[in-house]
Design a binder for this molecule. Structure first.
Ligand code: GLN
Length: 288
C-alpha cells in the first residue's frame, strides 16, 4: 500500500525521468485530480493515508498517458483562463495564457460602451468570448465556431461560467455568414496561425490538439488575409477588429488590415514581450 505522500514522490520522479519540464507541478495536479482534493491543504496525517486501489489504478493510467505526451490539460479535463474554469479535452485547443493579452485589449476597446456587442470568430473552447462576457455583463457576445467537437466544449463552458453566449455554428470564411451578422462593436479572433513548417515541427503535446485550430495555411496567414475585408461591414463604424497573432506576424497582419481599409492599427505585446495582438479600427463614418 502506498501513501498519498509516497505516491506523489514516485510520480514526480517518473515524470522527471520522462523528461517533463515541471514534474513537481504536474505530479501535484495529477494526484489532486485523482484524490479530488488538494494535497497542499492536507495535514501530515492525511498525507500518510493510503491510496485506494481505484485511485492507484487511475493515477497509473494518467501517468502512462502523460508520459506518452498527452497534454496535462486534457488529462485534468479542465484548465484555467483569465481566472475562470474551462473544460478541455481532445478536439479543442487548450486556452493559452498568451491569449489573455487579447482579452485585455478587447476590454480596452470596449471601454466606455454601456452594452458592447462583441463577436468572437474561431471561438474554440470559448475562452475569449466567455472571459469577455464575464467581464462585460451588460454586453452581448456572439461566438462563431465550425468544429462540432469544439462546439460541445463551448456550450459546456458557457454554462459552467453562467455567461449567456450567443453561439453560431459556421465557417468564418463564409461570406454569407459574415453578411448575416451586423452591428458589432468589437471583433476578436485567435484564428489558426501556424505555418506548414511549424506544423511539421510541433511539440509532442501540441500534436494531440486539433489540426484545424492550428493550421493557418502554408504561411500561417490565411485567416488574417481573409477576415479583415470579409467581416468589416459587420463592425459598426469606429468598431475594432483584434487578432491574436503568432511570433513574427505583426508586420504582415498590420499590412492586411491597412489594405482592407482599417485605421489606427495598433499592436500589443504579451507578458514575454512578444507582439501578440494586432488590431485595426473600421473608419468612423465609413461607407467602406
Ligand atoms: N498559440 C498556439 C500555439 O503556439 C497556436 C494557436 C493558434 O494557431 N491560434 O500552439
Amino acid at each position: 500500500m502506498v501513501s498519498r505522500r509516497e505516491a506523489r514522490l514516485a510520480l514526480r520522479q517518473q515524470l522527471r525521468k520522462g523528461g517533463l519540464e515541471s514534474p513537481d507541478f504536474e505530479s501535484a495536479c495529477l494526484l489532486e485530480h485523482v484524490l479530488g482534493a488538494s494535497c497542499r491543504l492536507m495535514t501530515r496525517q492525511q498525507l500518510e493515508e493510503p491510496l485506494t486501489g481505484e485511485q492507484a489504478a487511475a493515477l497509473h493510467a494518467l501517468t502512462r498517458r502523460r508520459l506518452a505526451g498527452e497534454p496535462l490539460q486534457y488529462l485534468l479535463g479542465e484548465w484555467e483562463f483569465y481566472g475562470l474554469p474551462f473544460r478541455v479535452g481532445p478536439g479543442v485547443l487548450i486556452p493559452r495564457q498568451d491569449t489573455e493579452t487579447l482579452v485585455e485589449c478587447a476590454l480596452r476597446a470596449a471601454e466606455g460602451m454601456s452594452a458592447p456587442k462583441i463577436l468572437d470568430l474561431c471561438a474554440g473552447s470559448g475562452c475569449i468570448g466567455i472571459a469577455l462576457a464575464h467581464c462585460l455583463p451588460h454586453g452581448r457576445v456572439t461566438a462563431v465556431e465550425q468544429s462540432a467537437d469544439a462546439l460541445r466544449y463551448l456550450q459546456e463552458n458557457a454554462a459552467l461560467n453562467r455567461t449567456p453566449l450567443h453561439i453560431v455554428k459556421g465557417d468564418v470564411l463564409d461570406p454569407a455568414l459574415a453578411e448575416s451578422i451586423r452591428g458589432v462593436d468589437v471583433i476578436v479572433s485567435n484564428p489558426p496561425y501556424l505555418t506548414e513548417a511549424d506544423l511539421a515541427a510541433l511539440q509532442k503535446e501540441v500534436q494531440f490538439e486539433p489540426r484545424a485550430a492550428l493550421d493557418g495555411g502554408q504561411d500561417g496567414l490565411l485567416f488574417y488575409r481573409e477576415l479583415p475585408a470579409l467581416w468589416q461591414e459587420s463592425l459598426n463604424p469606429g468598431g475594432r477588429l483584434l487578432f491574436e497573432i503568432g511570433m513574427g506576424q505583426e508586420a504582415a497582419v498590420s499590412s492586411f488590415l491597412t489594405h482592407a481599409g482599417y485605421e489606427n492599427i495598433e499592436s500589443f505585446p504579451d507578458l514575454a514581450g512578444i507582439s501578440r495582438v494586432v488590431s485595426g479600427m473600421r473608419p468612423a463614418g465609413a461607407r467602406r
